[in-house]
Design a protein around this ligand. Structure first.
Ligand code: SF4
Ligand code: SF4
Length: 134
């Protein structure tokens, strides 16, 4: 059973992320197992354990301006390694949802090279746009 440490003010980013994801960032004790196993951490500006840490201390601007949420591939490796049962893939998805709802996309479609668009499988493009564009 998850034990919550204190209540967040309703409507702040952490409260929103907790409600959308169903996860409790306060459970994390920063062991770093998630980042050690994450196949996409090398490409993230904030590794997964730091995303959780910034949530714990309410650093909204740093979180929402980070690329980590867009780079996460939802592979669940972090969840499988976490001794506290924190599912960071759900936290990343919640961060994407909040960002997209605020009108900020993960990519600018107009800026994509024509070669990429013409050579990529249609299904990959649709899946990518569903993740990255509001
Ligand atoms: S593995 Fe779990 S407890 Fe460890 S840093 Fe990552 S989220 Fe926190
Ligand atoms: S779900 Fe995302 S954060 Fe977790 S290991 Fe996979 S790519 Fe990394």
């Amino acid at each position: 059973m998850k034990v919550r440490i204190g209540k967040r003010p309703k409507g702040d980013l952490v409260d929103l992320i907790e409600r959308i994801s169903g996860e409790d960032p306060s459970l994390c004790y920063q062991c770093g197992n998630c980042t050690a196993g994450c196949p996409a951490a090398f490409a993230m500006d904030l590794p997964p354990h730091q995303v959780v840490r910034l949530l714990q201390i309410g650093q909204e601007d740093m979180l929402l301006s980070s690329r980590a949420m867009w780079v996460c591939v939802s592979c669940l490796q972090c969840y499988s390694r976490c001794p506290k049962g924190v599912d960071i893939s759900k936290i990343m998805e919640a961060l994407r949802q909040v960002t997209l709802r605020r009108g900020k996309d993960g990519i600018e479609v107009k800026g994509l090279p024509v070669d990429l668009l013409s050579q990529s499988p249609q299904q990959a493009l649709v899946a990518g746009f569903r993740k990255l564009v509001s």
